[in-house]
Structure formats: C-alpha cells, structure tokens
Design a protein around this ligand. Structure first.
Ligand code: URA
Length: 218
C-alpha cells in the first residue's frame, strides 16, 4: 500500500475529479500542444475558483424579471492575476474566464545559466496592487527558486494579499516557497515527490512552456 502523503501547511491539493482527470491528460506525453493549452486553461479555472473561494461578497439591489431582491456580488477591487512568463500565460486565460474584470500584471524572469539566480527582464503591474488580491500563476513549482524571486518582486511592488496557483508542485520546491513566503498559500493539482538532475519534476509532465507553445525539442 502507498504511504499516506505528508501534508504541507498552506498548500492545498485540489482533489476535484475534473482537476485530477485534466492533470493526467496534461502529464500524458501524447497530449499535443493545442489540447495541452485547452486542458491547462480549464484546469486553471478550476484551481483559480478554489484559490479565490474567500473573496468577499456584499449585497447589491437588483431586479429579477419577477421581483426586486438584494443579491450577493463581489466586493472590493477585482484581483490582479500575475502570469510568470512564459508558461504562466497558458494559465492566465483560464483565470480570466472566471474573472474578466481582473487586471493582468506580467512578470518575466529567466534563470542565469551560471549563477542560477532568477533575473527579471519584464515587470508591469497596476499601481494599486497593494490594495487588491493578487494571484500569481505558473504551472510548474519545481525548485521554487523562480517562485520565491517572483513573490519577492511582487511584495517589493507592494502586493500584500498574495496567492500562488500552480498546476504541479515538487515537494522540495513547495517546502522552500512556504518557508520563504509563509504568508502565501499555494493551490495545486498535484504534488510530486522529487526533481531530476535537470530540475524537472518527476514524474511531472516535462517542460510546460514547451508543451503549451509547441517548442519542444526532438
Ligand atoms: N519547469 C517545467 O516546465 N517543468 C518542470 O518539470 C520543471 C520546471
């Protein structure tokens, strides 16, 4: 019998069958880029709904075709979505399907091949990011280095209410992100045990950006 998984505080694995079914299709190497993108978009909506389940509501007065009523509507400024370039773009549309009124900030980081440090090459966010819920999206939480750097950057820009939605996490990276940013909860579809020597998640699904955008090698 498999060992029960040890939970990581602040990390939620969304066990919904539709999430798990889509994750399996995304893991399957036979899934071509067009299907990979549509599955990732759909699973991002489901994960985003879980991550935003605590958004505040306030009653507004409306008229149905039958009668007036006070009905709940989202209160406060709409969230800011932050896809981490490039693979995060493939998830952002799924969250925008849920929340078309959200703002989209973009954050571009690459890993210096020598120092392995995360270097920023693009950042654009709304000026009022400090007063809005912020949802960072990046499909793969592997070593955690780029997620930690991205969350550092968002906090430096003023973000306070931060959440991180990823498709798949590796346990060591998830532990590292939670240690560096214990105030940032994480939602994911799966938690894999380990990374290989090239920092790919095992069993994982390969390079999410390459699979989404059809740039896989050989
Ligand atoms: N990034 C990916 O796209 N895949 C991994 O397995 C690790 C990092």
């Amino acid at each position: 019998m498999a060992e029960p998984e040890i939970p990581i505080a602040g990390l939620t694995i969304v066990a919904h069958p539709l999430v798990q079914h889509r994750l399996t299709r995304l893991r399957d190497r036979r899934t071509p880029p067009a299907h990979f993108r549509s599955e990732l978009r759909a699973v991002a909506s489901l994960l985003g709904a879980a991550a935003l389940a605590d958004l505040p509501l306030a009653p507004i007065s409306i008229d149905t075709p039958v009668a007036p009523m006070d009905a709940p509507a989202l209160a406060g400024a709409p969230p800011v979505l932050v896809p981490v370039l490039r693979a995060g773009l493939a998830m952002a549309d799924g969250l925008l399907d849920l929340l078309p009124e959200a703002a989209v900030a973009h954050l571009g980081l690459y890993r210096d091949p020598v120092t392995l440090a995360a270097i920023e090459y693009y950042f654009k966010a709304p000026a009022d990011i400090a007063s809005r819920p912020v949802v960072m999206v990046d499909p793969m939480l592997a070593t955690g280095n780029s997620a930690i750097a991205a969350l550092d950057r968002l906090k430096a820009a003023g973000a306070r209410d931060l959440r991180f939605v990823c498709l798949l996490a590796a346990r060591p990276g998830a532990v590292a992100v939670r240690a560096a940013h214990p105030d940032v909860p994480i939602w994911t579809a799966g938690l894999d045990a380990t990374l290989n020597a090239n920092s790919y998640i095992v069993p994982g699904l390969g390079d999410a950006g390459d699979r989404a955008f059809g740039t896989e090698h050989g």
